[in-house]
Design a protein around this ligand. Structure first.
Ligand SMILES: Nc1nc2c(ncn2[C@@H]2O[C@H](COP(=O)(O)OP(=O)(O)O)[C@@H](O)[C@H]2O)c(=O)[nH]1
Ligand SMILES: [Mg+2]
Length: 319
């Protein structure tokens, strides 16, 4: 009885810390559309103490550099299929986000529109590697290729971030996600369904699908701390992924389509991870092309996944 209670308290404290961090970040920093940082501190200090804006921004910069050094390395996996128009602005955005040291892995899944070339060009100041599939193998295989490539070199305390390559996910959240992992979380989900989350820019049928899926998985799985099961923007502690890969090997992701994100979560829950969520404001208004999600196929995959999870015996001991 005592262990679940301690665990609940730990998760609750972690959520409070993360909420405070996100609030603090929003109060102090604002980003203009070009991603340049302006600070309320900067204006206040300049006005009240007569010091120059350059002096203050040097202090802010060196504080940011210090924090950046103390945070773990974040490996960002971008599964990309024909995302030529979105990938360039996203890489630029990632290049400008300097709070966390990033290593970016674009998985070009047989794109025919020049996505691979844009990935190879990278962006100023950004370490970008390309994993190329000669033909289109699907989102599941792309995520798995990215994970396996990162796990070959990453340290146990590093962080793996998986996010869409369509520029609808804001790299500004990576800082809060990394801090949550440092604070003890094993998985961080950027969630549309917590206070502060928003998906109002997405089409109504997509919003309905993700809500119905969330309700279905929430009722059947009772996974503590999870409201958004289908979000494609998540962070994982490397040691957790290593443990899971040792157990499942190449079967860690078997779903080819969008259901792979739910599958990964279902499998990782056998490792008893601490899962927290941070609010996600989905920027679907920035999406350039059509969504690659096939509605009917994805619904069928979700149902199959759920049935398989219910019927298959769980691993005989915690992974
Ligand atoms: N590698 C790979 N990525 C895919 C495939 N289909 C979709 N994606 C990527 O998966 C992510 C999610 O797809 P997206 O169209 O953004 O879906 P939506 O945002 O949910 O409407 C994007 O980064 C796509 O480029 C695929 O067949 N292979
Ligand atoms: Mg997307």
């Amino acid at each position: 009885m005592a262990a679940p209670l301690t665990r609940m308290l730990r998760v609750h404290c972690l959520r409070l810390q993360i909420a405070a961090a996100v609030r603090g970040q929003l109060e102090v920093f604002t980003y203009d559309d070009g991603g340049r940082m302006t600070t309320a501190d900067e204006q206040l200090a300049t006005a009240s103490r007569g010091i120059t804006a350059q002096q203050v921004s040097r202090v802010v910069e060196s504080r940011a550099a210090q924090e950046r050094r103390t945070r773990p390395l974040a490996h960002v996996i971008l599964p990309a299929y024909n995302e030529v128009d979105s990938l360039a602005p996203l890489l630029q955005r990632l290049g400008r986000s300097d709070a966390v040291q990033l290593s970016v892995w674009v998985v070009d899944d047989g794109s025919t529109d020049g996505t691979g070339q844009v990935a190879a060009q990278g962006a100023p100041g950004l370490d970008v590697q390309v994993v190329a599939h000669p033909t289109n193998l699907g989102l599941g295989q792309a995520v798995e290729s990215g994970l396996l490539a990162v796990l070959q070199t990453a340290s146990d305390d590093d962080v793996v971030i998986v996010m869409d390559a369509d520029d609808t996910h804001d790299p500004g959240l990576i800082e809060a996600m990394t801090d949550a992992i440092v604070a003890g979380a094993d998985i961080v989900i950027c969630s549309r369904f917590v206070q502060g989350g928003d998906d109002s820019t997405a089409p109504w049928f997509r919003r309905l699908l993700s809500r119905m899926a969330a309700e279905l998985f929430r009722v059947t799985l009772r996974s503590e701390g999870v409201n958004d099961f289908t979000s494609g923007f998540r962070a994982y502690r490397v040691s957790l992924l290593r443990r899971a890969t040792r157990h499942w090997g190449e079967r860690l992701i078997e779903e080819q389509g969008f259901a792979c994100m739910v599958e990964l979560l279902l499998k990782l829950r056998h490792c008893r991870p601490t899962i927290v969520e941070v609010p996600l404001v989905l920027r679907y208004d920035r999406k350039q092309g059509a969504s690659k999600l096939r509605l009917r196929r994805t619904v069928a995959q979700y149902v199959k996944l759920l049935l398989r999870d219910r019927l298959a015996p769980p691993p005989y001991r915690a992974v």
